[in-house]
Design a protein around this ligand. Structure first.
Ligand code: FAD
Length: 539
């Protein structure tokens, strides 16, 4: 630990965070002996930076922030907390892209994970290491997926499963699940991990996998930060394609969209369309929907392309369809390890013939593989420039069984959305995944009763006065509607106000019992990730 600390001091540049210890900290005495005191700040500037998150809805100040230079610094902090008669909360914070304070540590210590890649003389590059022979990459828990991608591509390799936005950390998405349009085939990101280095709530540093300490491995994946801090993940790689045909097709009914999506993801039974797309998602265009949101392909073209009359044609189609349109969003990879251009043309031809989209409403872009995967970044930069990125994001993400998705669409997209037009912008995603690509031994909660389940992501930004209240109200209406209609949905990137919500609405009796059992084993003092509001006192 001391070695790490000394390296940190030597490596610090003038613009690095000031690491001067403030004598007011209540943790000073314990931490000085452990050697991490010099890596902690408890001034208002440091704590304010980690008191809120992307959601911009909650505020919870920690007492201090740890800037670890190496994993041992985090272990030292956890040991110090454990040694106290009243332990202080500790939360790893990736980039704080949570929406409801999940990475907060109220009155405790937030561990600023990105420091691992910057301080102590280590560089980002040294915490990303590809094994071409083993077809895997070792990535620090603080690393961004976009850097994982860049590093793997330099060797002609790529991970298989993604999130739509890549500027999220490895540890952060693996603590949830990590889903996107490739999950139907390869499962979520947590299904593509081979090994983890974890520091448990007891301060123990453990390397775990399906073969070694498998219970901890399963607990941590989708574990909402409750069992340990992920400091390294070994992620499976495959040979990479180089380009993507990025396709958007408009539909006028949820039944037609979901019918086609389910044919595309049916990789087991071998439908004529199965496997033709490498990425399958969908969006709902009610309200402003996608137009001008962060998923638009470029500032100069609208979501639908740059033809002058396209917006008018889409508006007319929407009017004829009763105000709600659907969009199937897909990608076909080619080049490099994937097939050549003739092959992608052939696949596209079959898709255009077989899919039941509205003829005349197909939009195809040809982009690099990297450009496709990192597509949300452009939208982020545009929204940042317009001052619309750091606004409140009262997001609601749900998983629901296939058999109820049309009931959901009727009640929510054609009911609640139409009644409460808000003008707030942001995408509404709807796409299916195959349950058998998920591992029910992990801590992730997903509908298990049917072969296919859907995710619905209502990802809106409150850009004007009054939006936040209206959107929160709409979210409550949606949850109430599901309850009354008997639609058994669970939240993803979940938020429940208290333990009872987690136990009854999220986990259910069997999964809750297992979650508590694992908590008792790996973090019995309930130190970790209190911002999730699952455990607030020792077990
Ligand atoms: P944080 O928000 O900092 O942390 C999240 C939780 O994980 C906290 O409880 C924290 O304590 C814990 N944690 C963080 N790091 C570690 C670690 N190393 N070890 C243990 N616990 C840790 N998600 C998807 O699945 N698919 C998407 O397509 C997707 N798109 C998104 C797009 C945008 C624009 C945004 C803002 C988010 C998106 N997300 C998506 C959600 C994202 O997966 C979560 O926000 C996730 O928490 C990752 O963010 P983060 O790395 O900043 O983690």
């Amino acid at each position: 630990v001391l070695g790490c600390f000394l390296q940190t001091v030597q490596a610090a540049k003038p613009d690095d965070v000031a690491l001067a210890w403030r004598p007011t900290s209540p943790f000073r005495d314990e931490l000085r002996d452990l050697g991490v005191a010099g890596l902690i700040r408890d001034d208002a500037e440091a704590t304010a930076l980690v008191s809120t998150d992307f959601g911009n809805v909650t505020v919870a100040a920690p007492a201090a922030v740890l800037y670890p230079s190496c994993p041992a610094d985090i272990a030292a902090l956890l040991l110090a907390s454990c040694a106290r008669s009243s332990p202080f909360p500790v939360s790893a914070r990736g980039r704080g892209h949570s929406a409801r304070g999940q990475a907060a540590a109220p009155n405790g210590v937030v561990v600023n994970m990105p420091s691992l890649g910057r301080l102590g003389g280590s560089s980002t590059a040294s915490r990303l290491s590809v094994s071409v022979e083993g077809q895997c990459i070792d990535a620090g828990g603080e690393q961004l997926w976009v850097d994982v991608l860049r590093t793997a591509l330099a060797h002609g390799l790529t991970p298989r499963s993604w999130t739509d936005y890549l500027h999220l950390t490895v540890g952060g998405t693996l603590s949830n699940a990590g889903i996107s349009g490739q999950a139907f085939r390869y499962g979520p990101q947590i299904s593509n991990v081979q090994e983890l280095d974890v520091i448990t709530g007891l301060g123990e540093m453990v390397t775990c996998s399906k073969e070694r300490h498998s219970d901890l491995f399963d607990a941590v994946l989708g574990g909402l930060g409750q069992f340990g801090v992920i400091t390294r993940a070994r992620i499976q790689l495959v040979p990479a394609p180089t380009r993507a045909r990025w396709v958007r097709l408009l539909y006028t009914s949820a039944a037609a969209l979901t019918g086609d999506q389910e044919r595309l993801i049916d990789v087991e039974r071998g439908d004529a369309l199965s496997g033709l797309m490498d990425y399958v998602e969908g969006t709902v265009l009610a309200d402003k929907g996608l137009i001008g949101s962060w998923r638009s392909p470029s500032p100069s073209s609208s979501f639908f392309g740059s033809e002058p009359d396209v917006a008018a044609r889409v508006a007319k189609l929407a009017e004829e369809a009763g105000g709600v349109l659907y969009c199937l969003e897909g990608a076909l990879y080619y080049g490099g390890a994937a097939g050549g251009e003739p092959d992608v043309e052939k696949r596209l031809e079959t898709l255009m013939r077989e899919l039941r989209y509205e003829r005349g409403f197909a939009f195809v872009h040809d982009v690099s593989y990297m450009g496709f995967l990192d597509r949300v970044r452009d939208g982020e930069l545009r929204l940042r420039a317009a001052g619309q990125w750091d606004v409140p994001h009262p997001w609601l993400n749900l998983f629901l069984p296939r058999s109820r998705v049309l009931d959901f669409a009727a009640g929510v997209f054609h009911g609640i959305f139409r009644r409460g037009t808000t003008g707030a912008m942001g995408p509404v995603l709807v796409y299916p995944m195959n349950r058998n690509r998920w591992d029910s031994n992990t801590s992730a909660v997903f509908p298990e009763e049917e072969e296919v389940f859907y995710t619905v992501g209502i990802l809106r930004s409150a850009v004007s006065d009054g939006d936040l209240g209206r959107l929160e109200e709409q979210n409550n209406d949606i949850l109430r509607f599901c309850e009354e209609a008997g639609i058994p949905c669970v939240q993803y990137l979940s938020y429940y106000a208290d333990q009872a919500g987690w136990e009854k609405k999220h986990f259910g009796p069997a999964k809750w019992a297992r979650f508590v059992e694992r908590k008792r084993k790996y973090d019995p003092k309930a130190i970790l990730s209190r911002g999730q509001r699952i455990f607030t006192s020792p077990l």
